[in-house]
Design a protein around this ligand. Structure first.
Ligand code: 6PG
Length: 474
């Protein structure tokens, strides 16, 4: 039964994520009023909320009247135009000082525009990234809030209580003003794309070069997950290989089409990195490989014409698996390095003033990219908060040094067998370029000046120079 102005929080959108968050909030003592246009979703929540201080309706007026004022309302609806439509629908019902929070994967520029738009009506707006999928929402996600600090303070204890915990610390913290939360979530997803592509490359080489079956793959990924590679994505990968298909009784992975979908957050990360001129090749490659995988028909035709050398493994199988484990570790480090380096630049450019130690800390639990490695990354930023790249941290550099021989060996094997390992290659090329005090960009400068008089800089004196190059006579 709804009572006027008694519920602590409102939730707009009670699909699985929204519903699970409502139950999570209720577990921690918060009363929640929830709304969905879809009567079925309302019924599902009503069934699950027995004995809880939770109220669900399809009526916006009833929903708004049920909330304590000033209201604190969470929106969990698909990113894009729907968010704007929901804002338009509720705006006339809200009062000055109310708070709207968008917990979806919205593009940070949309969040900036919405903050500005709602400011005119004196409604506070926060963009909040949330990660961990359905289970995270129910049992503890990683939460990345951004917005005005004084407004965040009003909801901080609720966020602390529903978030995942690592070492008794909640995997959430205020990240910065404006769209900081959504920006950090976007980069989280970029890293997620990179790690998923790297694991897929390990799968490819283990399956095709070593001829491993799904049980063997399950064992390899399970073993890796017990060591320094410990991470959520490896854990679910190991599980995937032993999942049975309910239709055929065979392993489900064998029945899944090799063409990946995406909602676009990885691509957004690449676009923004290009805009800020920050190199994040592993993430770029991961996006491109999802795109390439979708050309299934073309790939099948090309496979008939374009043959690879198909060399098999030359050497000891278990030694190769250990090298691959090291190669994955190496490329995992460089993937986080690229995402964090982007955050460091964005922090200044967009005036988020991000604390990268805090970000690494709140990613250690609850989210899709949680991994033991994040503790090493957190420590690197605790030693030097303005570190431009974790590759410059002594502890991280030592780890890369130790595993670089392995990644070179794995990439050789992939090249010889015609097995594509683009993210690993991108990762090694990033490392080799980043550690080069000299790069052939001098030639690119010369070429630009030759054909377009774009000028160049010199390494022996200050200034900009142009040369009348020794053009051949036509
Ligand atoms: C998370 C996930 C989540 C979602 C992605 C999937 O952190 O919980 O990242 O946000 O699963 O949106 O993204 P793609 O559809 O782009 O793969």
């Amino acid at each position: 039964m709804m009572k006027d102005k008694t519920y602590d929080f409102g939730m707009i959108g009670i699909g699985t994520m929204g519903r699970n968050l409502v139950l999570n909030m209720s577990d921690h003592g918060y009363s929640v009023a929830a709304i969905d246009r879809n009567q079925e979703q309302v019924e599902v929540l009503k069934k699950e909320n027995e004995g809880r201080n939770v109220f669900a309706t399809t009526d916006p007026h009833e929903f708004i009247n049920s909330l304590k004022t000033p209201r604190a309302i969470i929106m969990l609806v698909p990113a894009g135009k729907i968010v704007d439509a929901v804002i338009q629908e509720y705006l006339p019902l809200l009062s000055e000082g109310d708070l709207l929070m968008d917990w979806g994967n919205s593009h940070y520029t949309d969040t900036n525009a919405r903050i500005e738009q709602l400011e005119k009506s004196k409604i506070h707006f926060m963009g909040v990234g949330i990660s961990g999928g359905e289970s995270g929402a129910r049992h503890g996600p990683s939460i990345m809030p951004g917005g005005p600090k004084d407004i965040f303070d009003l909801v901080a204890s609720m966020l602390d209580s529903i978030a995942a915990k690592v070492d008794n610390e909640p995997c959430t913290a205020w990240l910065g003003p404006g769209s900081a939360g959504h920006y950090v979530k976007m980069v989280h997803n970029g890293i997620e794309y990179g790690l998923m592509q790297l694991i897929a490359e390990c799968y490819h080489i283990l399956k095709e070069l070593l001829g491993m079956d799904d049980d063997e793959l399950h064992h390899v990924f399970t073993n890796w997950n017990q060591g320094k590679l410990h991470s959520f994505l490896l854990e679910i990968t190991a599980d995937i290989f032993i999942q049975q298909d309910e239709i055929t009784g065979q392993r489900l992975i064998e029945k899944i089409l090799d063409s990946a979908h995406q909602k676009g957050t990885g691509g957004w990360t690449s676009e923004d990195a290009m805009e800020l001129q920050v190199p994040i090749p592993v993430i770029d490659i991961a996006v491109s490989m999802r795109n390439l995988s979708a050309y299934k028909k073309d790939r099948m035709l090309a496979g008939l014409k374009l043959k690879s050398p198909k060399e098999m493994l030359n050497g000891n199988k278990s030694e190769f698996i250990s090298s691959l484990e090291e190669a994955f570790y190496f490329s995992m480090i460089t993937t986080y390095a690229q995402g964090m380096a982007l955050l460091q630049v964005a922090s200044g450019t967009y005036q988020y003033n991000l604390n990268l130690e805090t970000i690494a800390r709140i990613w250690r639990g609850g989210c899709i990219i949680r991994a033991s490695l994040l503790e090493d990354i957190r420590l690197a930023y605790s030693r030097k908060p303005d570190l431009s790249n974790i590759l410059l941290d002594d502890n991280i550099a030592e780890k890369l040094q130790k595993s670089q021989e392995a990644i070179r060996k794995v990439i050789h094997a992939g090249i010889d067998a015609g097995i594509p390992l683009p993210a690993m290659m991108g990762s090694l090329a990033y490392f080799d370029s980043y550690r080069s005090s000299w790069l052939p960009a001098s030639l690119i400068q010369a070429q630009r000046d030759y054909f377009g008089a774009h000028t160049y800089e010199r390494n022996d004196r200050e200034g900009t120079f142009h040369t009348i190059w020794n053009h051949k006579e036509d």
